[in-house]
Ligand binder design. Structure first.
Ligand code: PHB
Length: 350
């Protein structure tokens, strides 16, 4: 299983509590009041609390979240179908859409009021919207992240985002005994090219000396390469189909926005459906795509900016390098710029 990031913005945490799924998250999640940026051999602290007037983020693994949501679904007696094949939405532009799928050789049909396509980037939902009704925006970055999970004490209680001339690195964590580290690698690299020793050696090279000296290494328990991509599909509604999360948009992981952007779609949809079923008010459903996309694009902008700020781009101009250095120098010298970073990192209001 993929071990995904878990930096939750406070609005997402609130949504989990509202859905009565937040108990273990509040017990086991770690509040992070800031994070570090390493550059030019030094470490700077970005104080999220100070720059947002009291906000922070919660570090809680995505796999843990999934577990809590499954358990909540079970408590409600909800039905979850696993291993469904040939899932196909039908008649989504009519008043009576339905979804068919196959399990164990049997074809099943679910008649729906609405279909929520929260089936990821490679899912069928987005693909069932006619191509001439969909507009896609995309940027693919010329590198990936090689990530390692290890049962070691994290090098720092705070996340450390590293800008280095050999490439970006990130020190993150899942718990006090489980560390997650990443290094930027060329897209042509394969996981098998990287032994654990080679990974640790390269990570150390990119960290400030005093951090590298403290780094505790160990065998990797997971190792994978993720390409970086920015992607948005518009609109997020077609007929009675509503797209949510990666089915409609992808961000590079740099700003920790992916999971949070999915959550804000669900926030809008949840309230829109409540308004529809409780009050017969369809304004939320009708405005869903525009409202969700307005926030999605802000997360796109922020993730793109963090990615441009921190990575080494092959074939860049000397001019681009100077701009990148200046971007960093400006950020760390300006209260306004730090406030903007912090405001986006803890999550813009819904
Ligand atoms: C992670 O812990 O996997 C992680 C944290 C922050 C990011 C990206 C990934 O921005």
């Amino acid at each position: 299983m993929k071990i995904r990031a878990g930096v939750l913005e406070h609005g997402f945490a609130r949504l989990m509590r509202e859905a009565q799924c937040g108990e273990r998250m509040d017990r086991e999640g770690e509040i992070h009041n800031g994070f570090c940026i390493a550059h030019d051999g030094v470490l700077d602290y970005v104080d999220l609390q100070k720059h947002t007037g009291g906000s922070s983020v919660l570090v809680y693994g995505q796999t843990e979240l999934t577990r809590d949501l499954y358990e909540a679904r079970d408590r409600l007696g909800g039905k979850v179908v696993h291993n469904a094949e040939d899932v196909t939405p039908h008649d989504i532009d009519s008043g009576a859409p339905f979804v068919t799928y196959r399990v164990g050789g049997e074809t099943m049909r679910v008649d729906c009021d609405y279909v929520i396509g929260a089936d990821g980037f490679h899912g069928v939902s987005r693909k069932s919207i006619p191509a001439d009704k969909l507009r896609e925006y995309e940027r693919v970055y010329p590198f990936g992240w090689l990530g390692v999970l290890s049962r070691t004490k994290p090098v720092s209680p705070d996340l450390i985002y590293v800008k280095h001339e050999r490439g970006f690195a990130l020190c993150s964590l899942r718990s006090q005994v489980l560390s997650r580290y990443y290094i930027q690698v060329p897209l042509t690299d394969k996981v098998d090219d990287w032994s654990d020793d080679a990974f640790w050696a390269e990570l150390k090279r990119r960290l400030p000396v005093e951090v590298a000296e403290r780094l505790i290494t160990g065998p990797s328990i997971e190792k994978s390469i993720a390409p970086l991509r920015s992607y948005v599909a518009e609109p997020m509604r077609y007929g009675r189909l509503f797209l949510a999360g990666d089915a409609a948009h992808i961000v590079p992981p740099t700003g920790a926005r992916g999971l949070n952007s999915a959550a804000s779609d669900i926030y809008y949809l949840y309230h829109a459906l409540l308004d529809h079923y409780q009050n017969g008010d369809d304004r939320g459903l009708d405005g869903y795509s525009a409202r969700a996309l307005a926030r999605v694009w802000k997360a796109q902008r922020f993730s793109w900016w963090m990615t441009m700020l921190l990575h080494r781009f092959p074939d860049r101009l000397a001019y681009d390098d100077m701009l990148q250095q200046t971007d960093m120098a400006y950020l760390l010298s300006s209260e306004s710029a730090l406030r903007s970073l912090a405001e986006n990192y803890v999550g813009l209001p819904f």
